[in-house]
Design a protein around this ligand. Structure first.
Ligand code: NAP
Length: 261
């Protein structure tokens, strides 16, 4: 029996890579994002790779869209085994230079988008007696990164919700996993440049969306509370818990900086 997976934000990046990775295992995959043309191209790639696909245009900031996405998934594939809350974007800038409107919009997508998706899937998981919620946070949700406060706040917020839910669901057969990617080579940085008005660069390590997808697929096979696709990043969370001042220095040194000519 093929796994039924619903992924938000699968028109690009980590969501798309995960959908294509799952397709190679013959999964049934529902994908959503706002750009339907891009989604339909991903759906064709899923079918070519051996999976079944359903593409749904949806905006994660709209609770009705998320309910319709989950309903359409069940209608197409009969059930839902895994929901991956992935849609998100970044803004660069200090707190006093980011407008309240920018802060609201990033919270609406990264946090409320996750909240609406979880709320749409969870009642179904409870009825089925099984279901796995996977939340794509970031290592920037474990430790604040200088000049990325608004983005980090949304990623911390996802984790607060996910950890609470994970503990609530302990022993029920329903699972929650949180994924902590580091900088990943996707369109994320182009989108962040558009939203911030200037480009940024970081000196730290980078990973590919395929390596994040591989880590997500391993977590689907064997649900674990936390997934670090780049394992050394876990050291940052531990270091921060013990030496927060030293971690301030290191994140400032290695963190993103604006590119100004
Ligand atoms: N790239 C990194 O360095 C990195 C590191 C750590 C964590 N992450 C996290 O990984 C997740 C995926 O990011 P990515 O790197 O794959 O970025 P990406 O390549 O820019 O992809 C973002 C996806 O989210 C979708 N999306 C954005 N707003 C949406 C909305 N309102 N409703 C529905 N879909 C929406 C986009 O599709 P449409 O524009 O078509 O709607 C796109 O499919 C994000 O949560 C991000 O915070 C990324």
């Amino acid at each position: 029996m093929s796994t039924v997976v619903a992924i938000t934000g699968a028109s690009a990046g980590i969501g798309k890579a995960t959908a294509l990775r799952l397709a190679r295992d013959g999964a049934s995959i529902a994908i959503c994002a706002r750009r339907l043309d891009r989604l339909e191209a991903v759906a064709d790639d899923i079918r070519r790779a051996g999976g079944q696909a359903l593409a749904v245009a949806a905006d994660v900031t709209k609770p009705d869209d998320m309910r319709a996405f989950i309903d359409a998934t069940v209608q197409a594939f009969g059930r839902l085994d895994v929901v991956i809350c992935n849609a998100g974007f970044g803004i660069y800038g200090e707190i006093d230079r980011v407008t309240p409107e920018q802060m609201q919009s990033i919270m609406d997508v990264n946090y409320f988008g996750t909240f609406h998706t979880v709320r749409a899937a969870l009642p179904l998981f409870r009825t089925q007696g099984h279901g796995h919620t996977i939340i794509i946070s970031s290592v920037a949700g474990k430790r604040g990164i200088p000049f990325m406060g608004p983005y980090c706040a949304t990623k911390f917020a996802q984790i607060g919700m996910a950890e609470s839910l994970r503990a609530e669901l302990k022993g029920t057969g329903l699972h929650v996993s949180i994924v902590y990617p580091i900088s990943t080579n996707t369109e994320f940085f182009e989108v962040m440049t558009q939203n911030s008005g200037f480009a940024t660069r970081a000196n730290g390590p980078k990973q590919s969306p395929d390596s994040v997808a591989d880590a997500i697929v391993r977590a689907i096979r064997k649900p674990v509370p936390e997934v670090y696709p780049y394992l050394p990043a876990k050291g940052l969370a531990v270091l921060n818990a013990i030496f927060p001042g030293l971690t301030d220095t290191l994140t400032k040194r290695w963190g993103r900086k604006p590119i100004r000519n």
